[in-house]
Design a protein around this ligand. Structure first.
Ligand code: SF4
Length: 296
């Protein structure tokens, strides 16, 4: 059985940065901290932060005098204002790419563009983004939701974790009805390279294991892409692996979302090679064979 890891699996820059900010602040301040919503969409990372006194709260009303960390997805303009009113000490761990998306949306909206956002309507990043839009906007999850906006100026932006393919389809659809279309590709490159690596590995595998939080938008997207090419299972930890999945499978691919820590990937790899009968154990991610895309 051949087991290979997709190139560029695991933590992205924004997630690494947010976790480091939370850890550094917890050690430096030596007091309880809260994050507004889970700092990233990975329950195992959230549980680890609780051990150093960093807790997640879902409602701003729960924050009294505790310093509050803004997670990588960012928070709404109104939430920021409310924290300011309550004189809460705010530690901003919003990913700089997400901040850039928010300021871009705000600017284009002020300039009079009708904003079309490609994104998951319920996702915190999208909910935060629309709070920065002062004019008309429409959030769509796919090209089939595009309607004739009857607007002179339309600007298209995207949640950072969407796929380029869907973004492109929306551009084509908008061109049918729009005179002036301003396109800003706000899809994060960390997302795109993870999606491309996962797709290439899935095309060369007969079973794919995608590791990451069940609520993680970018991990769910990797699983969606992968299942177009190979049998795919989305898991959070090695405990969910089922021996039956591996029967008659000889090329196994592993990929992980941008919010999945290395040790969870290592655990999954070790368990899979154990299922294949190997006694080998790896201790670092660099020991896991990576799929060589250039050999395709
Ligand atoms: S995927 Fe991109 S935008 Fe999202 S947190 Fe990571 S680096 Fe930032």
């Amino acid at each position: 059985m051949e087991v290979r890891l997709a190139k560029n699996s695991g933590f992205c820059f924004g997630v690494k940065r947010a976790i480091k900010i939370a850890q550094d602040e917890a050690y430096r301040r030596k007091e309880k901290l809260v994050t507004i919503g889970p700092i990233i969409h990975n329950p195992q990372v959230v549980q680890r932060l609780e051990k150093i006194d960093v807790f997640s709260v879902n409602d701003l009303a729960e924050i009294k005098n505790t310093p509050a960390i803004i997670r990588s997805h960012g928070i709404s303009k109104e939430a920021k204002l409310e924290l300011k009113k309550k004189l809460i000490d705010v530690i901003d761990a919003t990913c700089p790419y997400v901040s850039k998306l928010q300021s871009m949306g705000e600017k284009l909206s002020k300039e009079g563009y009708y904003i079309v956002v490609l994104g998951n309507k319920e996702h915190p990043e999208v909910l935060a983004l629309i709070s920065y839009l002062s004019g008309k906007y429409l959030v769509v999850e796919g090209p089939e939701e595009i309607i004739d906006l009857k607007a002179k100026k339309v600007a298209l932006i995207s949640q950072t974790t969407q796929t380029y393919e869907v973004f492109e389809k929306i551009v084509k659809k908008l061109l049918d009805t729009t005179f002036e279309l301003h396109i800003v590709n706000t899809i994060c490159s960390a997302t795109t390279i993870r999606q491309d690596s996962t797709r290439l590995l899935a095309m060369d595998s007969n079973l794919m294991i995608i590791i990451g939080g069940k609520m993680s938008s970018n991990t769910k997207m990797l699983a969606k892409i992968s299942q177009e090419y190979a049998e795919t299972h989305h898991i959070e930890t090695a405990k969910e692996l089922d021996n039956a999945w591996f029967t008659n499978k000889n090329r196994i691919g592993i990929s992980a979302g941008a919010s999945t820590p290395d040790d969870l990937i290592i655990d999954v790899y070790n368990k899979i090679i154990n299922i294949s009968g190997s006694q080998l154990v790896v201790n670092s991610i660099s020991e896991i064979p990576v799929f060589k895309e250039e050999t395709r």
